[in-house]
Write a protein that binds this ligand. Structure first.
Ligand SMILES: Cc1cc2nc3c(=O)[nH]c(=O)nc-3n(C[C@H](O)[C@H](O)[C@H](O)COP(=O)(O)OP(=O)(O)OC[C@H]3O[C@@H](n4cnc5c(N)ncnc54)[C@H](O)[C@@H]3O)c2cc1C
Length: 403
């Protein structure tokens, strides 16, 4: 609404300049590869690593972005992002330290994911939609026919599998690990099916994986159980397992959808319950890491100081190395005091860095704004710390380390 108002009052050039000087400048690295490199150099000087993200956000059911051309364009952007991620490495050579975010709905339509989710939830669909069958189709490029989909949907599925395969193949060749984002509950089962299919092919022990990670949202009631089952299944299958653990970014929409459809709210009843869920998932994953070593990787993707404290304490107790299979993730422009403290203590810390033109990142920025309503507690603390530091610099007093 604010954007629409400012465009009307100030015109698109002035309102664009205003956004660039404010939210865009705060949360986005820039538009060009050179601007991204500049931003990453600053972060690297502070001991932080980049986690690039192409912010392609499709509103579910959006009519505008349909047709294979839009997804093919996104595929090219993803492949360029892999190259950029690889090129940002300080010292060249093979390494498993380069991570990048991948949004599956940039490569396949939310409509297809919705349809697949409906079928996955039905009993008896499991065999036809097994990860192994999809993995086989991805690898061989052979025609895949799924009986629950019509001809057009089958064609789109085939094209989507091809795009996913190409991104991971390229990322694997460039030694870039892909962290697949979690989205809405009416899409997530389909996204997880696709991740599982990619994992069958790319997370096998011989590959030195995990190259494809999934994201688990602790604000959902069933997440701990799903995470436990997935970790055990990967262990049984001898596959490497990679997890980005988040609280979840779509709270308002999840609740609104449940209200609208008259279904049960899938989210935790309150913030405290989400915190307890995050803590349990974190404990589960750290235990797995301590048992499986480099076959199990975890990103503690949170700005929450309590969660970060729990992770570092348990890593020490379990003997997990500081810069090993566990790393930390925060968003660019948010909670730098948490990232810097972790980085300076020797932990592997990634800043999630979206980049792109103002138009491309607007939906991402709107989501950040919505999210920041619930993260205001952390923002207030950050504001206090920034004022303290400003006073210190202006008055020339000694350094106070936050604790
Ligand atoms: C590197 C990185 C990658 C990310 N990738 C994803 C992703 O793929 N998918 C995704 O969904 N999100 C993703 N996020 C965003 C993340 O889910 C959170 O929205 C964000 O990090 C804020 O949570 P927090 O743990 O940092 O902080 P906190 O401020 O402690 O927690 C805020 C979060 O608590 C939860 N919450 C707040 N109020 C309530 C309530 N009343 N009831 C129940 N729960 C509540 C919400 O999840 C809210 O976002 C990512 C974040 C990072 C840092």
């Amino acid at each position: 609404m604010l954007q629409a108002w400012s465009q009307r009052l100030l015109g698109s050039r002035l309102s664009g300049a205003l956004l660039r000087a404010s939210v865009y400048g705060q949360f986005v690295a820039g538009e060009t590869a050179e601007e991204v490199r500049g931003c990453v150099r600053q972060l690297q000087a502070l001991g932080l690593r980049p986690l690039l993200a192409v912010p392609t956000e499709e509103e579910p059911d959006s009519a505008v972005k349909t047709g294979e051309a839009w997804y093919e364009g996104n595929l090219s952007a993803m492949l360029r992002c892999v190259d950029l991620s690889r090129g940002l490495l300080e010292t060249p050579g093979p390494t498993g330290n380069i991570l990048m975010q991948l949004k599956v709905t940039a490569l396949t339509s939310t409509r297809l994911c919705k349809e697949l989710t409906t079928w996955i939830r039905r009993p008896g669909a499991s065999l036809e939609l097994s990860p192994e069958r999809l993995a086989e189709a991805m690898d061989s490029g052979q025609d895949l026919q799924v009986s629950c989909l019509n001809a057009e949907q089958n064609r789109h599925l085939q094209a989507s599998l091809g795009r996913l395969h190409r991104v991971v193949q390229h990322a694997r060749a460039q030694h870039v690990r892909l962290l697949v984002d979690a989205e809405y509950t009416f899409l997530n089962p389909a996204l997880s099916l696709l991740v599982d299919a990619l994992a069958v092919r790319w997370n096998s022990p011989g590959e030195g994986g995990p190259w494809v990670w999934n994201t688990y949202q602790a604000y959902l009631q069933d997440t701990h159980e799903r995470l436990r089952l997935a970790a055990e299944a990967a262990d049984r299958a001898g596959l490497a397992f990679g997890v980005k653990l988040v609280r979840g970014a779509y709270l308002d929409k999840e609740r609104a959808t449940a209200r609208h459809q008259g279904t049960e709210d899938p989210t935790q009843p309150d913030y405290e319950a989400t915190n307890r869920s995050y803590s349990r998932c974190l404990e589960l994953m750290l235990t797995h890491v301590s048992h499986r070593g480099p076959m199990c990787h975890l990103m503690v993707a949170s700005h929450n100081e309590e969660s970060v404290r729990q992770a570092t304490k348990r890593m020490w107790e379990l003997g997990i190395p500081l810069d090993g299979p566990v790393c930390f993730g925060q968003l660019l422009g948010m909670c730098d005091h948490v990232s810097l403290a972790l980085g300076q203590a020797g932990y592997a810390v990634y800043k999630s860095i979206p980049y792109g033109s103002l138009e491309e990142v607007i939906p991402y920025l709107i989501r950040r704004a919505q999210e920041n309503r619930s993260v205001l507690h952390g923002a207030r603390r950050e504001q206090k710390l920034l004022s303290q530091e400003l006073r210190r610099r202006l008055l020339g007093r000694g350094l106070r380390v936050p604790h």
